[in-house]
Design a protein around this ligand. Structure first.
Ligand code: ADP
Ligand code: ASP
Ligand code: MG
Length: 806
C-alpha cells in the first residue's frame, strides 16, 4: 500500500485533477490519496475571514472568487451537476454562513478560524474522490488532536487506532482531505499551514505503507528554492535529518512535522512532480548511499524575521536566563527559529517571526521586568526585516573549512552577517542577513557550494559610443562560446547613455539593446545608475566605464565600496591625484574585488598587466621608455616632402586617430597621463605636475580657439620641413617619447636613429620598453596597435574576463 499526497497546485484546476487521476489509476497497489485545497484557496478563505472580522466586514470579493474557482472546476470535470455539486454547495454555503457570523460578532477566534480554514480540503476531497471514482474518507473523523487551534498536536494513540479501523481490509483507492482534524470534543482543528503533508505522513505511518509519495509542482527537493535560484537542481537522495533541517529553515516543499512519523517507521518519502511524473524526484531515506555526498545538500531561507537580542553585563554567569527567555516565548506560542549566544554570555539573540514580535516583546519585558529595572538587562534590541539562511548537509561534519568558505564568500560579496548559529551536530550552519541581502546571499552561496555549472558575471555598462558599442558586439559574439567552454555567463544587467538607462536582472538582449534603451522610462543620471546597481545588489557585478567623463570617475569610490568591480577605459581616475588613485586600489583590495584599467595605456596591449606581473613577482622597474600616442606616431610617420605637418594633423583627425580637438594629443597631456599611470603601477608615488612635457607646438596655439589653431599650425610647416630634411639626411626619425627613470617622468619629441627600437614603429602603433632588474641588458618590448575602438573594446573585454576569475 502507498500513500500519495497531492498539493494545492496539483489539484488546482480541472486539467490538473485529470493528471492526478491518471497518476492514481496508474498505480499497481492500493492507494490512499491525500489532497490539499485547490491552490490558493486556503489563503483566500483566511483573508475572507480576517476581512469579515475587520470593521468593514467585506468578505464578498474573496467569497465570490472562491465560488467561481470551484464552479469552474466542477463545470469542466462534471458539467457542473451531480451529487458532488450538491456537497460542494453545502460546504460553500457553510463558509458563507460562518463568514456572515464572523462579521456580526466582529471577532475571529482561532477556534473559528480552524473551523473555516479546513473547508478548502473538505471541498477538494469531494471533487477529487468523485472524479477518480473512489470513496472519500474524512480525516477529521480519525485524526484527533489537542485544542491548540491553528497548529494542533496529534493524539497518536487515538488517531492510529482509528486509522487502522477505518482502513481495515481496505482495497483500491480512497481520497482523504489533508490538513483537517478534530479535538476530543469534536471541534475542528488544523495541523498547521502546509499540514496536508503531515496528514499523509500520519496515515502512512499508521498503515505501515511501503512508501509515502508527496506529489507537488517541482522535481523534488532541490538544492534551493527554484523560484529564487533558477540554477537549483534536484537532490536525488537526502536523509530524513537533512530534509527536516532544510524544511525547518523554509524549504516549503515539505512540511517539517511530516518527517517524524515516517522516520520512526523507516518509511521512505518520495517527492514527485505531478507535472513531470516520469522524473524520479527526490527520495528521503535514512542513510544516503548513492554517492551524492557533497558536504552541503541544500540552502534554504526564511524572511520576515526579527532578531531579538537581550543584552546586559548583569547576565554574565547568571544561570537560567536562557531558560526563562525560552519559557517566556513558549508560553505565548512564539516559535524560536534560531538562537545565538556569545560565550561571554553578555547577550543572547533569538530569531522569531516578525508577526509574533509584539507578543514576544511583551512577554520578554514582563519576564525580565526586574532585571530591566535593576539595570542587569540594559537593552532589548530589535533588528527587524532580516532573514535566516541555512546550509544543511550531514557530510559537513567530515569536512573542514566549510564555515571559512561560507563566510569569506559572504564577505567578498559585501553581505554583512548579523548573527550566526551552528548546531553541534554540524548538520546545519545558519546565519542572519538583512532582507535586502537575501537574494544575493542565496545566489552566492548556491554558486560557491553547489557549483551551479556556470559562473555569472553581471555587467553594468555606462557609455555606448564607439568603444562601448564595440564591446557589446564582441560580448554578443563570444557569449555562447564562453558559456560552453568556460562556463562563464556574461549578462548585461544595466546600460546607460547620456539620455536613458535600462536595467534587467535577467539580462538585456544585446541585439536589441538600443531599441530597449530608447524605450526605457528611466532618464539617465550618474547617481541614479549607481543607486540602481546598489539597489539591485546582485553578486558578481562589474561596472564598465566606456566614457571619458570626469563625473563618472567620481563615482568609482562609491561603486567599489558597494563591492562592485570596475573595468574602465576612462583614464581620469587612474591619472587623478595620487591619493585618490591609491584609495580606489585600496578599497578594491580590501573588498576582494577588481579595479582594472588596462586600456588606459596602449588600448588592448597587455601593458599594465605585464607591468603588474613583473612587479608582483619581485622585479623592479628601472626605466620605462614608450611611444604611447597613436596619433603622434601617425603624424611623424606620415610627414614627408609632400605632406607637411599641418596636413598630417588633419589626416590623423580624419582617420579617427586623434581626439576631435587634436591639441589634446599634440599637447602631450594624454601621453603624460599614460606614463603617469605606468609609473604609479611600477610602485612610485607621482603626480601629473611632476611630469615634464616638452611641447613641439608653441604654447600660444594651445591658448586660442580651434580655428586659430588650424590657421597658426600651417605656419610651422616650413620649419618642420627644414628639420625633416636634416633628419632624413642623418637617417633619423621623430618619435614622441615618454620616459620614466629614477622617479622622474617626462615626455617630448625625440630623434631616433635606425638602431633604436622606436625607429621602425609603423603607423599609429605604440611601443613600450621596460628595463627592469631582470630585463636589463635587453629590455622587454610590447608593441602593436595602441588606439582604435575595436582593440580598446577587446582590452576592456579581456579585463572583464579577469574579473570573472575563470
Ligand atoms: P504543495 O502545494 O504541493 O504542497 P508547496 O507550495 O507547499 O507545494 O511546496 C512546493 C514549493 O516549495 C515549490 O514550488 C518551491 O517553490 C518551494 N521550495 C522551496 N524550497 C524548495 C526546495 N529546496 N526544493 C524544492 N522546492 C522548494
Ligand atoms: N491547504 C493548507 C495550506 O494551504 C494545507 C496544505 O496545502 O498543505 O496551508
Ligand atoms: Mg505544501
Amino acid at each position: 500500500m502507498k500513500v500519495l499526497k497531492f498539493g494545492g497546485t496539483s489539484v488546482g484546476s480541472a486539467a490538473n485533477i485529470k493528471r492526478v487521476k491518471d497518476i492514481v489509476l496508474n498505480q499497481n497497489e492500493d492507494v490512499v490519496v491525500v489532497v490539499s485545497a485547490l491552490g490558493g484557496i486556503t489563503d483566500k478563505i483566511l483573508t475572507a475571514a480576517h476581512n469579515a472580522a475587520s470593521g468593514t466586514g467585506d468578505f464578498h470579493t474573496e467569497l465570490t472568487e472562491i465560488r467561481q474557482r470551484h464552479d469552474e472546476t466542477l463545470r469542466e470535470l462534471f458539467n457542473g451537476s451531480g451529487s458532488v455539486k450538491e456537497h460542494v454547495d453545502v460546504l460553500l454555503d457553510e463558509l458563507e454562513k460562518l463568514l456572515t457570523g464572523i462579521t456580526l460578532v466582529g471577532e475571529l477566534t482561532l477556534k473559528t478560524l480552524d473551523r473555516i480554514a479546513g473547508l478548502g480540503e473538505r471541498i477538494s476531497s469531494h471533487i477529487v474522490a468523485e472524479f477518480i471514482g473512489c470513496p472519500r474518507k474524512d480525516s477529521s473523523e480519525f485524526i484527533q488532536t489537542d485544542s491548540n487551534f491553528g497548529k494542533a498536536a496529534v493524539d497518536f494513540g487515538v488517531t492510529n487506532n482509528r486509522i487502522k479501523e477505518t482502513f481495515a481490509g481496505f482495497k483500491g483507492a480512497a481520497v482523504v482531505p489533508g490538513f483537517i482534524s478534530k479535538n476530543a470534543k469534536g471541534e475542528f482543528t488544523t495541523l498547521g499551514r502546509g499540514g496536508s503533508d503531515f496528514t499523509a505522513a500520519i496515515l502512512a505511518a499508521a498503515l505501515d505503507v511501503e512508501i509515502l509519495e508527496i506529489w507537488t509542482d517541482v522535481n523534488g527537493f532541490m538544492t534551493a528554492d527554484p523560484r529564487v535560484i533558477r540554477k537549483a537542481y534536484t537532490i536525488p537522495e537526502i536523509s530524513y535529518s537533512e530534509a527536516m533541517e532544510l524544511s525547518h529553515f523554509g524549504a516549503k516543499v515539505i512540511y517539517p512535522p511530516t518527517i517524524l512519523p515516517v522516520y520512526q517507521k523507516g518509511i521512505p518519502i518520495q517527492i514527485k512532480n505531478t507535472f513531470d511524473p516520469e522524473n524520479p524526484g527526490t527520495k528521503i531515506v535514512k542513510g544516503v548511499k548513492n554517492g551524492f555526498d557533497r558536504p552541503i545538500k541544500g540552502i534554504s531561507s526564511i524572511s520576515g524575521i526579527t532578531l531579538v537580542t537581550l543584552q546586559g553585563i548583569g547576565m554574565v554567569g547568571v544561570t537560567g536566563i536562557s531558560m526563562r527567555l525560552f519559557t517566556a516565548l513558549a508560553k505565548v506560542n512564539v516559535n524560536v527559529i534560531l538562537i545565538s549566544q556569545a560565550s561571554s554570555e553578555n547577550s543572547i539573540s533569538v530569531a522569531i517571526e516578525e508577526k509574533a514580535l509584539d507578543v514576544a516583546e511583551a512577554a520578554i519585558r514582563e519576564e525580565f521586568e526586574k532585571e530591566i529595572s535593576a539595570g542587569q538587562v540594559n537593552k532589548i534590541d530589535l533588528e527587524k526585516s532580516v532573514s535566516v539562511v541555512a546550509i544543511v548537509g550531514e557530510n559537513m561534519k567530515h569536512t573542514t573549512g566549510i564555515a571559512g568558505k561560507l563566510f569569506s564568500t559572504m564577505g567578498k560579496s559585501g553581505v554583512n552577517i548579523i548573527a550566526i548559529a551552528q548546531g553541534a551536530s554540524e548538520l546545519n550552519i545558519s546565519w542572519v542577513v538583512k532582507n535586502d541581502d537575501l537574494r544575493k546571499t542565496l545566489n552566492v552561496v548556491h554558486e560557491s557550494f553547489f557549483l551551479s555549472e556556470n559562473v555569472e558575471l553581471n555587467i553594468f555598462l555606462m557609455g555606448i559610443g564607439t568603444v562601448g558599442g564595440n564591446l557589446l558586439k564582441q560580448i554578443k559574439q563570444q557569449q555562447e562560446r564562453l558559456l560552453k567552454q568556460n562556463h562563464l555567463r556574461l549578462k548585461l544587467t544595466g546600460i546607460a547613455n547620456s539620455k536613458k538607462m535600462l536595467f534587467n536582472r535577467d539580462g538585456i538582449e544585446i541585439d536589441s539593446f538600443k531599441e530597449q534603451l530608447d524605450a526605457s522610462e528611466k532618464t539617465s543620471s550618474l547617481q541614479g545608475f549607481v543607486d540602481e546597481i546598489k539597489e539591485m545588489n546582485i553578486y558578481n557585478s562589474v561596472f564598465v566605464d566606456c566614457t571619458a567623463n570626469d563625473a563618472v570617475a567620481d563615482l568609482y569610490k562609491e561603486i567599489l565600496s558597494s563591492n562592485v568591480s570596475i573595468v574602465t577605459a576612462n583614464k581620469v581616475a587612474a591619472s587623478s591625484e595620487y591619493d585618490n588613485y591609491a584609495e580606489l586600489k585600496k578599497i578594491a583590495k580590501k573588498k576582494g574585488i577588481k579595479f582594472l584599467f588596462e586600456t588606459n595605456v596602449g588600448a588592448g596591449l597587455p601593458i599594465i598587466n605585464t607591468l603588474n606581473d613583473l612587479v608582483n613577482s619581485g622585479d623592479k622597474v628601472l626605466r620605462i621608455e614608450a611611444v604611447l600616442s597613436g596619433t603622434l606616431n601617425y603624424i611623424f610617420n606620415t610627414i614627408s616632402a609632400d605632406i607637411p605637418l599641418s596636413k598630417t594633423i588633419q589626416m590623423a583627425k580624419d582617420e579617427g586617430y586623434s581626439e576631435p580637438d587634436p591639441r589634446v594629443d599634440l599637447s602631450g597631456v594624454d601621453v603624460a597621463r599614460k606614463i603617469l599611470i605606468l609609473a604609479r603601477e611600477s610602485g612610485y608615488r607621482i603626480e601629473m605636475d611632476d611630469i615634464l612635457i616638452n611641447r613641439f607646438v608653441p604654447e600660444e596655439l594651445f591658448a586660442g580657439t580651434l580655428d586659430e589653431f588650424w590657421a597658426g599650425v600651417s605656419e610651422l610647416d616650413a620649419k618642420f620641413e627644414t628639420e625633416r630634411q636634416r633628419l632624413e639626411a642623418e637617417n633619423k626619425k621623430w618619435r614622441f617619447v615618454a620616459k620614466f627613470e629614477n622617479g622622474k617622468a617626462e615626455a617630448g619629441l625625440q630623434e631616433v636613429d635606425s638602431k633604436h627600437p622606436f625607429y621602425d614603429l609603423e603607423g599609429s602603433n605604440n611601443l613600450v620598453m621596460y628595463t627592469t632588474e631582470r630585463y636589463h641588458e635587453f629590455p622587454m618590448l610590447i608593441k602593436g596597435y595602441g588606439a582604435g575602438a575595436s582593440v580598446t573594446a577587446a582590452g576592456v573585454f579581456a579585463d572583464l574576463i579577469k574579473v570573472s576569475n575563470i
